[in-house]
Ligand binder design. Structure first.
Ligand SMILES: Cc1cc2nc3c(=O)[nH]c(=O)nc-3n(C[C@H](O)[C@H](O)[C@H](O)COP(=O)(O)OP(=O)(O)OC[C@H]3O[C@@H](n4cnc5c(N)ncnc54)[C@H](O)[C@@H]3O)c2cc1C
Length: 367
């Protein structure tokens, strides 16, 4: 056996049909060698980027995540103040796909997610009614960003790194960040786990002749108000869907599992109203949303109000491609906008993209 040039040196080679020895070495046509590690840069530490990064890493790739914010989770976010915290992006998520249910089960085991059972109402034409929805709703615990933080602890993530230019040199991707300049390292794969307009803007810096038609997709904004109250509001609901007003959703953060602190409500304006008024001053947007909230029974003066403008809150391609891959350039796109516009779809988009990257690499290996 050791006479065979395909011997890995152990004298006990067992090379399978794919040219792989049990020791991990591969016959590359001329010699036995360890397959070189494939590297990937994932831009965006939202739930899609983190799900992609963790799976790529589990598949043996060397992965680094770059995120412009100070922490992980993207739109599954929580704003912390001295007195309380409020989920100001995603409010809850549902789970139907078996793969996502499996991941969710692990989050629940780790106590970073839990079922939320709000008293749920619907407001329409000045009337209240109970919501008929039987949907099982989940939230991050103790905050919506907890599952993201949980996933991020196992990957190499670089925060406060706004990637503002990507380029390709000698078949590898290179990154430039607004905070640190050229990042030095180069990567086999580039994964953009960003809302479509942000992915488009970044790809346009590459100078590559890419087909960006999918990325011309418009997403809608969302004005969000977080209102803290000194006392508990005696409203007969924990959350409500609102129809026919500029507000579409209100939720009592304290009704979610693991929350403490003073009573805080999150109020979301509708996508249509938010998009139409996206350039309003923050104070003016808050004033209009709080005026509308009075109709819903929010008559007490909030002790503190904060406002957030989501420029790219919602929207999804129809039909949903799940993810996109450019095999030749080793470029992948994932995110909610490619797969339904919600947390579950975002997670699945990243997860499936990682599997696709694996099959592209396996196919290249066999050539
Ligand atoms: C107000 C609101 C309410 C919502 N309500 C729900 C809900 O109730 N249920 C539900 O299922 N979903 C809801 N969603 C949608 C849900 O939050 C998203 O589907 C999901 O979180 C998207 O994850 P993502 O990874 O695709 O994108 P994101 O979470 O947006 O992640 C993208 C990440 O990329 C980072 N980034 C952007 N540009 C750069 C750059 N140049 N360099 C580095 N990093 C960059 C961002 O900071 C962000 O962390 C809501 C969203 C919003 C905004």
């Amino acid at each position: 056996m050791s006479e065979d040039p395909r011997c890995c040196g152990t004298g006990t080679c067992i090379i399978n049909d794919e040219g792989l020895c049990w020791c991990g070495q591969r016959w590359d046509g001329e010699k036995m060698c360890f397959p070189k590690a494939i590297s990937a840069a994932v831009i965006g530490a939202g739930i899609s980027g983190l799900s992609c990064a963790t799976r790529l890493q589990a598949q043996g790739l060397q992965v680094q995540v770059f995120e412009k914010s100070r922490g992980a989770s993207g739109r599954m976010s929580t704003r912390q103040t001295e007195e309380t915290s409020a989920d100001h992006g995603a409010q809850y998520f549902t789970a139907r796909n078996p793969l996502f249910l499996k991941a969710l089960h692990a989050w629940i085991q780790a106590d970073v997610a839990a079922v939320w059972q709000p008293q749920l109402k619907v407001y329409e034409a000045s009337q209240w009614r109970d919501s008929p929805s039987q949907e099982r709703r989940y939230v991050g615990k103790p905050a919506m960003n907890s599952p993201g933080k949980f996933l991020a602890q196992n990957v190499s993530a670089h925060y406060s790194q706004t990637i503002d230019k990507v380029s390709r040199k000698n078949g590898k991707w290179q990154l430039h960040s607004a905070e640190s300049g050229d990042l030095g390292a180069s990567f086999d794969w580039l994964v953009l786990a960003l809302p479509a307009p942000q992915a488009l803007a970044l790809l346009e810096t590459s100078g590559e002749p890419l087909d960006t038609s999918t990325l011309q997709f418009q997403m809608k904004g969302c004005w969000t108000v977080m209102a803290e109250f000194n006392e508990s509001l005696h409203l007969p609901f924990d959350a409500a869907f609102v129809n026919g007003e500029i507000i579409s959703w209100v939720a009592r953060n304290n009704s979610k599992p693991g929350r403490s602190g003073r009573e805080t409500w999150t109020l979301h304006a509708t996508p249509q109203w938010s998009q139409e008024w996206i350039e309003l001053e923050k104070e003016e947007a808050a004033k209009r949303i709080l005026e509308c909230a009075q109709k819903l029974g929010f008559v007490a003066q909030p002790a503190k109000v904060s406002v957030h403008r989501w420029r790219y809150a919602s929207g999804s391609l129809d039909p949903m491609p799940q993810f996109k891959v450019d095999e030749n350039r080793k470029l992948g796109l994932c995110g909610d906008w490619l797969n339904g516009g919600r947390v579950e779809g975002a997670w699945l988009s990243g997860h499936q993209l990682a599997a696709e990257i694996q099959s592209v690499e396996s196919a290249l290996d066999k050539r």
